[in-house]
Design a protein around this ligand. Structure first.
Ligand code: ADP
Length: 394
């Protein structure tokens, strides 16, 4: 796979500070979800600012799409459009008197005509679930809403890469999960996602690749299960192991579990334990998972399905599905971690319905299929409205 961003032996010193990056090299492959993990002061924000051209390395080079980054104004404008950066604190990013003006800032700066700007702003705000917030002053919004406005501002420029510095800081657990799910959705539409975080639990279950940093250097770069298996490096970076990994290692140490593939989440850990404990357990026949594509609107169908009681649980994945559920007054049992929760329920014989939009239907099917292949489970999946054409109004 092509690398979209690359740092080659980059160094950076702030004029009045220590050397923040000390000869760091790394590549970011297109379409991946990357988490930069490390303690305060490790250089994560500095690397992010370098990836979108705000900082220029003191030495070494940054490559974007295989070309060395240039720092003249037109080149920088292009990089900043293609590599969108969302700051940790939305108050550093939002400055216009209204949400609309804030989100429109990028498109207006790019010289888009009024109608195109309006289209992009309306798309970005509806994507982050803030349609109707156009005339609100950003500074009166909640932390989660401000974060969404900042994300919409970046989205309105149609970036290929989105970089988010500590995307879940100051958000409550459900708000954090919703933001991470939105990042997943953006990733499955093809965007490369880079986040920084201290939250090892989040990095462990969300990222394809973890880049562990300390003191301006790269300690380890690889899949989360490999990076977090290295206890020494993780504590060198003043991080702790994700709970699932720690429990796995404890159980392995006691001979309860074996193998070299640590579980990524509670679902996988539960399965490993169940497989070990299963001898003599009665076999439960799995529940089903129904998928409903909210872009193919035939809400009568979903109503009669829900009335039939075929699914005990209902989850919504992504903003438009959550909005549909709210509009149709459909009670939701799961609003985050929806696929894993539905699989967990299926393994205990109960059925769930997942409401989601277009591309995420295939994503959910792939995820369930991969789970069944790996664990030898037989969970039936059906798309309720596969034959209904897309609603042209959406
Ligand atoms: P992280 O994002 O991992 O917390 P940073 O990239 O913010 O790390 O910081 C790396 C180092 O650079 C730290 O020692 C920090 O104090 C220093 N630093 C960051 N920003 C500035 C700045 N604007 N001026 C001077 N020093 C800075």
């Amino acid at each position: 796979m092509a690398s979209i961003l690359e740092a080659r032996n980059v160094r950076y010193s702030y004029s009045d500070g220590p050397e923040a990056l000390r000869g760091l090299s790394t590549t970011v492959e297109e379409g991946k979800k990357i988490a930069l993990v490390g303690p305060n002061g490790a250089g994560k924000s500095t690397l992010m600012l370098m990836f979108n051209g705000i900082l220029r390395p003191t030495s070494g080079e940054v490559y974007f799409n295989g070309q060395p980054m240039k720092y003249d104004s037109p080149s920088l404008r292009n990089v900043r459009r293609k590599v969108g950066l969302v700051f940790q604190n939305p108050d550093d990013q939002l400055f216009a008197p209204t949400v609309y003006q804030d989100v429109a800032f990028g498109p207006v700066n790019l010289g888009y005509p009024k109608d195109k700007t309006e289209r992009y702003v309306s798309y970005a705000l509806s994507y982050v679930g803030l349609s109707g917030f156009e005339s609100r002053p950003p500074h009166h919004l909640s932390g989660g809403e401000k974060k969404r406005v900042a994300i919409a501002g970046v989205l309105a420029m149609e970036p290929d890469v989105m970089i988010l510095d500590e995307p879940t800081s100051n958000l409550d657990p459900a708000g954090s999960e919703e933001i991470m799910e939105m990042l997943d959705e953006l990733n499955s539409s093809g965007k490369t996602m880079i986040i920084s975080t201290h939250d090892v639990e989040l990095a462990y279950r969300w990222a394809d690749l973890v880049l562990l940093m300390e003191d301006g250097k790269l300690l380890h770069y690889g899949p989360p299960s490999a990076v977090f298996a290295d206890h020494g490096l993780v504590s060198k970076a003043r991080m702790k192991l994700p709970a699932v990994m720690e429990i796995y290692q404890e159980l392995k140490g006691r001979g309860v579990l074996d193998g070299d593939r640590p579980p990524r989440n509670i679902l996988e850990l539960t399965n490993m334990l169940e497989t070990r404990a299963k001898v003599g357990c009665p076999k439960v026949s799995p529940g089903k998972i129904y998928l409903y594509n909210v872009d193919r609107a035939d809400l009568k169908e979903i109503r009669s399905f829900l009335d039939s009681g075929s699914a005990k649980y209902v989850g919504a994945m992504g903003t438009s599905a959550k909005m549909t559920a709210e509009r149709e007054k459909i009670r939701l049992d799961f609003t985050f971690g929806v696929i894993d929760k539905s699989i967990l329920k299926a393994t205990t014989g109960q059925s769930s319905l997942i409401m989601t939009s277009g591309g995420m239907v295939e994503h959910a099917m792939r995820r369930i299929e991969a789970y069944c292949d790996e664990w030898g489970a037989k969970i039936q999946v059906s798309v309720l409205n596969a034959s209904v054409p897309n609603d042209p109004e959406k």
